[in-house]
Design a protein around this ligand. Structure first.
Ligand code: ADP
Ligand code: ASP
Ligand code: MG
Length: 412
């Protein structure tokens, strides 16, 4: 007998028929003799619709109340799922994050799980019930409801798998697994049999929303066996696992992220400590900074540009404007017309040709690069938003990622 955590995303539970379909899958796993913990997202576009509702009331609602609102979507799914499973003759019980003691820090809208009290779930499993938990939510130390960031149900599932020492964590979604690029953008993208935690973490962090990046972080940390597969068929899916094959150069995939904005702080004094002051202000405000570019000084000033998530743009601009004198800068500007396109693959550090190949692909597609950042496992380029899809297609094609792995190695 095994303990299996099964997570189903929004599209997998979008309507009554899908809920019944998922219930059937869960019951099948249970009847095969397994303990099953189910983690659910809100149905279909519910979370987006809730965000729209908030906008109708206020342009800048408090983050606490946003979390109160958004957490309701998952509560609907879990109750409906418990009913559907009971209808199939099995006992099920649904719980909110709070009810199963998912404790997080206090960062509303992007909270991190700090601790989970698994005792209630274990007790219910011992009573031979199927346990259904609302994804994406927890509570902070003062009992406020928090949410884990968009796509955060994956993280709930992996965290539960870790704490319960589950044998397997299955992430069910609306595609067959992890592909070399978003299959909706690149029709000939290839499904990967497996992918390393490191590569998956990069892909997820760089915009491949098939997995929440923190879920991959947690799976790596606690060595959770994790599979991504479709809730609509029985295809095998993609195994995310630990591998040490860095010798071999292998581009695993292309990802893009439109949810970013570029900020430039202009005419900053060219003296020691300036970057520290800027990024300390941002860090203290919980603002995550991504690509950073500093120009070479002109006279006694320089410009510093960086990217942040779109959702943090206004907050970042306000913060910098309030502190322009302290920072020692003349002005701040921004652009939302940017997207980040990245290639990911282990072993890149020893293969200098990868960057050139990516730039060549973009040049051939007549796409201008605004900022570049590299690491040993990825190369990212900032391009115009409306060119993101074209860039992904061009780069995917240039690296021949749609072909067999052998061809892919030669291309690299
Ligand atoms: P869920 O609601 O099940 O959590 P998501 O919409 O969050 O589903 O994630 C699945 C989607 O991720 C797919 O429909 C696909 O369009 C997108 N996606 C982006 N990059 C990839 C990739 N490399 N492989 C697979 N899917 C990807
Ligand atoms: N419902 C949340 C969202 O749409 C969490 C999730 O789906 O994982 O972001
Ligand atoms: Mg998701």
């Amino acid at each position: 007998m095994a303990l299996i955590v099964q997570k189903f995303g929004g599209s997998s539970v979008a309507n009554a028929e899908r809920v019944r379909n998922v219930a059937g899958r869960v019951v099948k796993t249970y009847r095969e003799g397994n303990d099953v913990v189910v983690v659910l997202s809100a149905q279909g576009d519910t979370t987006d619709e809730l965000i729209e509702k908030a906008k109708e009331i206020s342009e800048k609602p408090s983050k606490r109340e946003m979390d109160m609102l958004l957490s309701t979507g998952e509560q609907i799914s879990i109750a409906l799922m418990a009913m559907a499973i009971e209808k199939l003759g099995c006992q099920a019980v649904s719980f909110t994050g709070q009810q199963v003691g998912i404790k997080t820090n206090t960062i509303h809208g992007n909270a991190r799980i700090e601790d989970i009290d698994g005792s209630r779930i274990r007790a219910e499993l011992n009573r031979k019930r199927i346990v259904i938990v609302a994804g994406f939510q927890g509570i902070d130390e003062e009992g406020n409801i928090t949410t884990l960031g968009r796509g955060g149900s994956d993280t709930t599932a992996v965290a539960l798998a870790a704490i319960l020492n589950a044998d397997l964590c299955e992430i069910y979604t609306d595609v067959d697994g992890v592909y070399t690029a978003d299959p909706r953008i690149v029709p000939d993208a290839r499904k990967l049999e497996d992918i390393s935690f490191g590569e998956m973490l990069e892909l997820a962090s760089l915009g491949a929303r098939v997995l929440h990046n923190r879920s991959v972080e947690l799976a790596k940390k606690y060595n959770v066996r994790m599979v991504v597969r479709s809730s609509l068929n029985n295809h095998k899916g993609t195994l995310v696992k630990e591998v040490n094959e860095v010798e071999k150069m292998m581009i695993k995939g292309v990802a893009y992220d439109k949810d970013i904005a570029r900020i430039s702080i202009l005419a900053v004094r060219d003296i020691p400590g300036v970057a520290y002051r800027i990024f300390k202000f941002l860090a203290d405000a919980g603002i995550n900074v991504d690509i950073i570019l500093q120009s070479i000084g002109r006279g006694d000033t320089k410009d510093i540009s960086f990217t942040v998530a779109k959702s943090q743009l206004t907050e970042t601009i306000d913060l910098i404007n309030r502190n322009l004198d302290d920072i020692g800068a003349a002005d701040v500007s921004f652009s939302q017309d940017v997207a980040k396109v990245s290639v990911v693959g282990a072993g890149m550090v020893n293969h200098p040709g990868v960057a050139a190949t990516m730039f060549e692909a973009l040049a051939e597609a007549d796409i201008n690069i605004h900022m570049i950042s590299t690491s040993e496992i990825k190369i990212s380029c900032l391009v115009r938003t409306d060119e993101a899809e074209k860039a992904v297609q061009a780069v995917h094609k240039k690296f021949r990622l749609g072909e067999s792995e052998q061809a892919e190695e030669q291309a690299g």
